[in-house]
Design a protein around this ligand. Structure first.
Ligand SMILES: [Zn+2]
Ligand SMILES: [Zn+2]
Length: 370
């Protein structure tokens, strides 16, 4: 019997080598026994080439393994070995212990021959560090102040709350692309709202969205704060001021339906208070309709709204009762109610009274999605 020319072992030889020596020769695979990944607990983010949210553990582990495995074969990470795959497959199993992922790798160098399978182990350590964003956030850092003002008068409290809600929402959405789009602090002042933001570009984007919604103007001013210690560059802090045109919500009564009126560029945007449907009417058309009196504008304070309860439901109609005044029950055909949901007995709804008619509405005011 012939023996391996490297180790001398006898048996079946491949190109003069035993199986062990053969695989050592043709397949190289290394992975560090421990991989440290910077991890920010405050925002659940990890760092590779940039900070990313640690969302799905398996895809996180896959990413980290792909960066750290070196091999002369093309490697495919799999949950389970697949017969048809031509590449070298590595099966990943993991368990979690605190901030450590213990990883077992099953390695199949040749997909058509499991007899060469081998195993390896590693662990991924999430090493606690605060990312720059969070350290700035918790340090009270801000790059810009977004000032929201009304053109004429001070902003009423409930309106201020709605505007802050809109800004919160926009900042949440921007954060997925711009991690500095956080709100460091919000101040409600006599003259308006000041929002301290981590990112100037986010402050500008939000200012533009507010203008789209309410109309108005934007201005910017810069204040020299000093010099950057490292680069020697001047550091400015920017204040973006939005002067909103008309913050009083108005309603439009049009073709028997009630809408919240809004301006969007040259168009008027009508958002149904019944089913949220949105109509867009060109400026000129809108004025024509006003002249013809097919659209009636109702000031917010002048809309009469009553609380109602549904007392009975039949296939054709609802019986409802007013929860104030005369507690008078009345019937309304189901086809005249345009709410998204079907009502059931016991539901509370609101009704707007226009021309002695009750229009069932979902809500009184909508800070509609921008
Ligand atoms: Zn050998
Ligand atoms: Zn962080």
């Amino acid at each position: 019997m012939e023996s391996c020319f490297i180790c001398g072992e006898e048996g079946i030889l491949i190109e003069g080598r035993c199986r062990k020596c053969h695989i050592k020769e043709v397949f190289h695979f290394t992975i560090p026994g421990r991989i440290k990944v910077p991890y920010c607990k405050s925002c659940n983010s990890y760092y590779t080439n940039r900070w990313k949210i640690l969302d799905d553990k398996l895809s996180f582990i896959t990413e980290i393994l792909e960066i750290n495995i070196s091999s002369n074969h093309e490697i495919v990470l799999v949950n389970d070995f697949i017969k048809k795959k031509k590449n070298t497959q590595v099966r990943v199993d993991f368990t979690e212990e605190g901030n450590i992922f213990k990883i077992k790798l099953g390695i199949r160098p040749f997909s058509d021959d499991p007899s060469f399978d081998m195993e390896a182990e590693t662990e991924i350590l999430l090493s606690g560090e605060q990312c720059q964003r969070c350290s700035r956030f918790y340090g009270g850092y801000y790059e810009a102040i977004l000032q929201v003002r009304d053109e004429e008068k001070k902003i009423e409290t409930d309106k201020a709350t709605s505007i802050i809600d809109i800004i919160d929402d926009l900042s949440d959405r921007l954060i997925s692309k711009d991690r500095m789009a956080f709100i460091a602090r919000t101040e409600e002042k006599k003259e308006g709202i000041d929002i301290y933001m981590g990112s100037l570009s986010a402050a500008r984007k939000i200012a533009n969205e507010l203008i789209k919604r309410f109309g108005g103007t934007i201005g910017e001013s810069h204040k020299l704060m000093g010099l950057d210690r490292d680069s020697g560059k001047k550091i400015y802090r920017t204040t973006v001021t939005v002067r909103l045109k008309d913050l009083t919500q108005k309603y439009a009564y049009y073709r028997g339906h009630l809408y919240l009126l809004d301006v969007a560029g040259d168009n008027f945007k009508l958002t149904s208070l019944e089913d949220d449907e949105i109509l867009s009417i060109k400026g000129k058309e809108f004025e024509k309709e006003i002249k013809k009196e097919t659209i009636r504008i109702i000031e917010k304070d002048l809309l009469e709204v009553v609380e109602l309860i549904v007392t009975e439901v039949t296939p054709e109609r609802y019986q409802m009762m007013k929860l104030s005044g005369d507690y008078e029950p009345f019937y309304i055909p189901r086809e005249d109610v345009h709410l998204k949901n079907t009502l059931i007995a016991g539901d509370n709804v609101k009704g707007a009274i226009i021309d002695n008619r009750i229009i069932i509405i979902g809500h009184e005011s909508i800070i509609s999605n921008i």
